[in-house]
Structures are given as C-alpha cells and as structure tokens.
Write a protein that binds this ligand. Structure first.
Ligand code: GCO
Length: 447
C-alpha cells in the first residue's frame, strides 16, 4: 500500500457530458438542468466539460500532476439505463477505458458509486422515498463490482447524503427539487443509509478485497482557545443535532460507525422510522475500512465568562471566495479529523477539500490563483499537524481536478486546479496546479 493517498476528486455529472450517447439515459440532474430557473445563467450541466470525449487527454493532466490516487464517480444511468435493470455494456466500457488510463499511470482509482445523479426512471417511481431505489442501487453496485473485479479496490458508496436529503428535498436547491415533509425526509435518510449498508454487503459478498467507505460532509466547530473546556464545547456543538436539520455529521456517521441513530434524532423522529429499524442498523453498521469526509469550512466556538458556548462571527480573514458558505478556516482540517477519529476510531481520508475563487486568465495565458494556493497550503499544513499528533490520516483529495459544473451555481464558480475555457474547452494549468504538484513531490516519500 502507498504511504499516503495524494489525489484529486471529480464527479461524473459535473464533468462527463456525453449525456445522450452510447445508451446513457437521463439522470435527475439532466432533467433539473433544463427546468427554468433552477440553474444560474440557465447553464446546461448536461455538457459537463466534455470529459466523455476528452478523458484520455484529461487523464494525462492527472498524471502530470503527480498524484497517486484519483477519486471519480460513475454515472448510474450510463451503466443501467432502464428500470428493468439491464446492463449497458458501452457504459461499463467507458469506465474500463478510464481504468486503463489510470493503470497506465499507476494511479489508484477510488470509485464513488453515487454522486447525486439518480437515474430519472427511479425518480419517476419516487426516488429515494421508494425502497425499490435501494434495491436498484444494490443491483447496480453488484454489476459494477463484479465487472471491475480487482481493478478497483476502493469504493465510496454515497457522496454527501446530507446534501442529497437537505438540498435535494428541503431547500430545493438541488435535484430532484421536490419538498418532503419531516416524515418523508426521515424515510429517505433511512433509505440512503440502507443503500450504503446493502452496498457493503454486496461488495463483501463478491469478495474482491475492496475497501469501503461513505463520504459524509460537515462544517467543523473550531475552538478558538486551546483549552479543554473550549475544545469540549466545540466538540459537543459539532456532534449535536437540531430538529429540522438533516445536514449534521452524526446523522449519517453514527448509524454507520456506531450502529445507532443520534439520541436527539430518535427523540424527534423515531415514530417515522420503520418498525424494524434496529435490525436495519445492523446492515448499515457493517465494519468498513475508512472514515471519509468532505471538509471545506468551519465555524468558531468560544466560551463566555460564565462558561457558556458562543458562536463567533467570521472576520475578514475568513475570506469566502465565490461561495457565501465557504469560509477560509484552515483549522477545519485539524479539528475535523481529530473529532471524527476520537468518536469513530477509523482512519481518516479527506475525500474533498478546495475553494472557488474568481479565476482570470492573464495575457501570458496563466491563472494566478494566489488565494487557492494559500487555502490549500494552510489547510494541508493543519492536516499534517494533526496527523503528526497521532490521528491516522491516510489520504487527501483536492476538489477538484478541473473547473466544472457546480450544480445549481452552474459553470461560474471555479474549483479546479485546471482552468476550463468554456468556449474552446481548452485546459489551462492554474498556479495552484503547480503548487499541488510540487507539494506532492516533496511530501510523497516523507510522510
Ligand atoms: C460535494 C460536492 C461537489 C461540489 C463541491 C463544491 O461533494 O461537496 O459534491 O460536487 O462541487 O463540494 O461545492
């Protein structure tokens, strides 16, 4: 095994394009993309960055970057385009070609099985509200894992179920953009967890020796003072759960790693869970290898004179880039892994971390993304610090390799190490590409 997984991450819908060729059927994001007013500037996500056609060249850039790992997701509706479950061979063949390229460059694949692009035919029968979707997921996972065999040894079942639930079904910023009541929302939480659990069962049964994980996400509570009471207040706030919010870390991580729902969740919502939910928790909490987490940002917790917890406002230093929610808070990659490891006792892999800034191509055809470099540099330093202090951190995946389709925000926010000129589809290395390349080169052997 490698010492440390240095990688970048992408997702199928955000980059692939090729939405209606070689047998792929629409996903909920294809449909959502075309609905009036859903996506900024009416950007059409179905084009991605044309990676379906340019993947071969695109992956030469990945090799140049010098990473030893690459996290990408599969388009479910490319592989299984209809409700009858039949397999589309050309869909699998596309990913075979990607694996061929990765093998050529000795880059370890990490496959995300579900990164938000549910086949529309499943949404048509109720989406994650319908238990049939869970069965369909297990079938799709079996097809994939059987097909790739030992060519892929790292699977991530779901990406950010918090967002699937919350953005897709509560705030309606994301597909399918259908509002669910608390009762229905609890059902899809449970179904998503079950989908994860069944995927673990399938992967173990097929016995390919792959590791499994789920990429949850969270905004981390950062203690402003390094005192045990302040750290405890932050930890408690980070792991608390509020009624009506379905985006907190314990909601998906406690069932997976501890085999139980958070106490508050049970108090608020137990009546909406299926009768046999405790049995289901056994499936959900099967042992998995890694605790993946997508970390972007944090918020500050202080202690007032009476010893009470207080959330502090951000300062100018916590620059936001293009996104109002994404503040520069490098301590996120120190306290996040620390708190998660203390609670779940599993090795940590950062499955996403990055920032969107306003990138401009200058007359010398370069992109001087100074802020992104500062962000990566300070976040990675914080991560390596907690690793040095004994938390087993095994990998880091920068989000993202390319600028891409940023969901409801369209193509305007740019998260890539590589700039995309959307008129010509030209790829231009940003300064942060060289920064990350150099960082990997100097750290690769040392940690
Ligand atoms: C995620 C999202 C990514 C986003 C990124 C920036 O996993 O968080 O899936 O697809 O592009 O988070 O918002």
């Amino acid at each position: 095994m490698q010492n440390f997984f240095w990688g970048t991450a992408t997702s199928a819908f955000q980059i692939e394009g090729g939405h209606n060729i070689d047998g792929r059927s629409p996903s909920i994001w294809d449909v959502f993309s075309l609905q009036n007013g859903r996506i900024k500037n009416h950007d059409d996500g179905r084009n991605g960055i044309n990676h379906y056609k340019t993947y071969q060249n695109d992956l030469t850039h990945l090799a140049k970057l010098g990473v030893n790992s690459y996290r990408f997701s599969l388009s479910w509706s490319r592989i299984i385009p209809t409700l009858n479950g039949e397999v589309n061979k050309s869909g699998l063949a596309f990913y075979d070609r990607i694996l061929d390229e990765l093998e050529k460059y000795k880059i370890t694949p990490f496959i995300t099985l579900y990164h938000w692009d549910l086949p529309q035919y499943l949404q048509d029968i109720g989406g994650w509200l319908n238990p049939k979707t869970v069965e369909a997921f297990a079938h799709y996972v079996a097809v994939v894992v059987q097909h790739f065999g030992s060519r892929c040894l790292h699977y991530i079942t779901l990406n950010e179920p918090q967002c699937i639930v919350n953005l897709g079904h509560r705030t309606l910023e994301h597909a399918p953009g259908i509002y669910l009541s608390d009762e229905q929302t609890v059902k899809i939480v449970h179904h998503l967890l079950l989908a994860h659990g069944h995927a673990v069962t399938v992967i173990r049964k097929l016995n390919v020796g792959a590791t499994v994980g789920i990429a949850n996400t969270s905004t981390v509570a950062i203690p402003v003072a390094n005192t045990s009471t302040n750290i405890e207040l932050a930890r408690r706030h980070y792991f608390s759960l509020e009624r009506g919010r379905f985006d907190q870390v314990t909601l998906f991580s406690d069932p997976v790693f501890l085999g139980r729902y958070p106490q508050e969740f049970i108090e608020f919502y137990e009546q909406f869970l299926p009768e046999n939910y405790k049995k289901d928790l056994e499936i959900i909490s099967q042992d998995i290898e890694y605790c993946y987490q997508n970390f972007y940002t944090g918020y500050f917790i202080a202690e007032d004179k009476a010893g009470n917890m207080k959330i502090l406002p951000y300062t100018n230093e916590n620059y936001t880039g293009v996104f109002p929610w994404l503040h520069y808070v490098p301590e996120t990659l120190y306290y996040g892994p620390k708190f998660l490891f203390e609670r779940y006792q599993k090795p940590i892999i950062i499955s996403e971390n990055g920032i969107s800034v306003v990138d401009k191509v200058t007359s010398d055809k370069k992109v001087h993304d100074v802020w992104r470099i500062k962000y990566f540099s300070d976040y990675i330093s914080a991560l390596l610090k907690i690793k040095k202090e004994g938390v087993p951190v095994l990998g880091y995946f920068a989000w993202s390799l390319f600028d891409n389709f940023e969901w409801a925000w369209g193509y305007q926010p740019r998260f890539g190490l590589i700039y995309i000129d959307y008129l010509t589809q030209e790829r231009i290395y940003k300064d942060s590409f060289y920064f990350y390349q150099n960082l990997i080169k100097t750290k690769m052997e040392k940690i």
